[in-house]
Design a protein around this ligand. Structure first.
Ligand code: NI
Length: 206
């Protein structure tokens, strides 16, 4: 995913977008391309099936993608077979839409446990959570989302946002501008964490 960035030397930060693709994702892709920023999208399988062309564009634009289950299920309330099926179906949809495989999984709600870990480890998937919660889903405010992202920023941080919220898409150029001024380099999750992620392990930041 893009050029190599040395995150032990640079102030790297990873913007992540969950629950899409949705009606505002292409607008976000336009903003990210204009700013020359690469991000990571944790895709919901049923939305991938509804908008495969958008997923192809996400990948073509150089962003990273991860798996956010087919129906946005609570892994902690699902049987092992259900978790595996939810992740498998989504992986297949991403593969057919964009021709890529991913070993990044973000459990919906950040809800994970020993059982989910075992299922994901067996699939060779790592669990990617976050260190900065913008609360964009509930605040639905450009100002609050921007403020929380900028305040929470640290070198190595993973920032949680949702591209299905129009206020989030509006906040992103402001977040990029402010963090760029503070010397941050925007990277994908694979760039931030490096290539060798341990299967099943939960990552919150670099
Ligand atoms: Ni989600």
């Amino acid at each position: 995913m893009g050029a190599a960035v040395n995150c032990s030397k640079h102030k790297c930060i990873a913007l992540t977008f969950d629950d899409g693709p949705g009606p505002y994702t292409e607008k976000l892709l336009h903003e990210l391309a204009r700013a020359e920023v690469h991000a990571t999208f944790f895709l919901v399988g049923r939305n991938v099936a509804a908008r495969p062309g958008v997923v192809a564009r996400i990948v073509a634009d150089g962003h990273a993608v991860g798996n956010h289950t087919w129906d946005h299920v609570f892994m902690t309330k699902s049987r092992k077979a259900v978790i595996a099926n939810q992740v498998d179906r989504t992986a297949a949809a991403i593969g057919s839409a964009a021709g890529v495989t991913t070993t990044l999984v973000r459990p919906p709600y950040g809800a994970t446990d020993k059982r989910a870990r075992a299922v994901l480890a067996a699939r060779n998937d790592a669990q990617i959570l976050w260190s900065v919660d913008t609360q964009d889903w509930s605040n639905r405010s450009v100002k609050k989302t921007t403020k929380r992202a900028v305040k929470g920023a640290r070198p190595g941080a993973i920032v949680l946002m949702h591209d299905i919220r129009p206020t989030t898409v509006k906040a992103v150029p402001k977040i990029i501008k402010k963090l760029t001024k503070r010397g941050y380099t925007f990277v994908t999750v694979p760039q931030l964490l490096g290539g060798d992620l341990r299967p099943g392990t939960v990552y919150y930041s670099r």
